[in-house]
Design a protein around this ligand. Structure first.
Ligand SMILES: [Zn+2]
Length: 113
């Protein structure tokens, strides 16, 4: 479950930003997860709770937004929204696809007082 490692890195990132920007109280953290990133949004919330348990960030609202990824077919050039559960070209049924977007996980926003 690599979500735990990601949340750990995320926690360090949030702390770094909070220190640099002298944020007093963090209210909400929003992350954007691409559908091709391999990260399961539901696990992200669980892992975030686990890594922030007992820290100053415990209980901070944690929002995971899903971003639909897109892929291109290597055979016919079709571009389409990529569904990880069905990675196949809707035009020619080829499985030779290259991901265009949706592979990233980004810290989108930190809302603080
Ligand atoms: Zn195709």
């Amino acid at each position: 479950m690599h979500e735990l490692g990601i949340c750990d890195a995320l926690l360090r990132m949030v702390r770094g930003i909070a220190r640099d920007e002298e944020l007093e109280t963090i209210r909400r953290i929003t992350v954007e997860v691409g559908s091709l990133s391999g990260v399961v949004p539901a696990y992200m919330s669980d892992c975030w709770e686990a890594v922030t348990d007992g820290t100053e960030l415990e209980g901070v609202e944690f929002v995971v937004e899903e971003l639909e990824g897109t892929a291109r077919c290597m055979d016919c050039g079709e571009e389409f929204p990529a569904d990880v559960n069905r990675l196949r070209c809707p035009n020619c049924s080829s499985e030779k696809l290259t991901p265009l977007t949706g592979r990233d996980l980004t810290l989108k926003e930190i809302l603080a007082d």
